[in-house]
Design a protein around this ligand. Structure first.
Ligand code: ADP
Ligand code: UDP
Length: 240
């Protein structure tokens, strides 16, 4: 990064991150807080050092994805808790990828958590906190103009390819990438992967011990929160 960008006004306060304008109208700063929430905001708390861990993890993964040719919003990590990103118009569709049965899929299909899935499952959810992020399909996305068919084709193709790359990345760390959520946005350059990829939005299970290394520790009161986020950061940053 050659250009010096200064932080401006807050433009959005989310449940875990705050977005700030910058001196460059095309760039935003994503500030990662230690706030944790679950069950659509019903459970709230903080996890020590989570913001810095998630920023380090997301920045590292986005930089590696960029090297692989994927287009993301990532520009730079100007401080421990800040990520400089390209401003996008977020598509209000959460893309969930699943490689092993867990969470809501276990309930919906009546299967035990940990059951294998013979092929990756891709699901869409309407990003709307008031509605509790209901599950939708491509027909809803078109009918209600949430995204164009062309952009959804790009997103779907990218999501499966990102999944292949992420599964093998985590495999090298001795971690099963069980499921996770991606967000995409539109910029003048086209569709970009946005938001974050961190233990907040992924289920990560240690292959040897089976230990949950993600936000399920907060959702399910499993303890050792700060330790596990820090360990995931160290393991992820060890591979480049
Ligand atoms: P939420 O808003 O769901 O509570 P966060 O606390 O993570 O979630 O807030 C971050 C917000 O920033 C999210 O709404 C996310 O969609 C949005 N966002 C992420 N990356 C970008 C970007 N590059 N440009 C604009 N908005 C973004
Ligand atoms: N997820 C997320 N944000 C959401 C919904 C889901 O990051 O608003 C992630 C979640 O962390 C998990 C995956 O997407 O890794 C699948 O979540 P699931 O549908 O099982 O919902 P949950 O039971 O976790 O609410």
């Amino acid at each position: 990064m050659t250009e010096t960008v200064t932080r401006g006004e807050q433009v959005h306060e989310g449940k875990a991150k705050i977005l700030y304008a910058t001196s460059n109208p095309d760039l935003l700063i994503q500030y990662f807080t230690d706030n944790a929430s679950a069950f659509n905001g019903l459970k709230k708390g903080t996890i020590g050092n989570k913001g810095a861990c998630n920023n380090a993890i997301s920045s590292h993964i986005f930089a590696l994805l960029e090297k692989e040719g994927f287009r993301t919003h990532f520009v730079d990590r100007p401080s421990e808790t800040e990520m400089l990103v390209k401003k996008v118009e977020i598509i209000p569709v959460e893309v969930v990828l699943r490689n092993v049965v867990a969470g809501s899929l276990s309930k919906r299909m009546g299967l035990d958590e940990g059951a294998p899935i013979k092929q990756t499952v891709l699901e869409y959810y309407y990003k709307d906190d008031d509605l509790g992020d209901p599950m939708i399909n491509r027909s809803h996305i078109s009918a209600f103009d949430l995204a164009s068919v062309e952009n959804m084709d790009i997103i779907e193709e990218q999501a499966y390819r990102i999944n292949d790359w992420l599964v093998s990345f985590f495999d090298r760390l001795g971690i099963t990438l069980v499921d996770y959520k991606l967000e995409f946005g539109i910029s003048p350059e086209g569709v970009l992967l946005a938001d974050e990829i961190s233990p907040d939005g992924c289920r990560l299970w240690d292959k040897k011990t089976g230990e949950k290394m993600d936000k399920d520790r907060f959702r399910r009161d499993l303890g050792r929160l700060e330790e596990v986020y820090t360990e995931m950061r160290d393991r992820i940053l060890s591979i480049s």
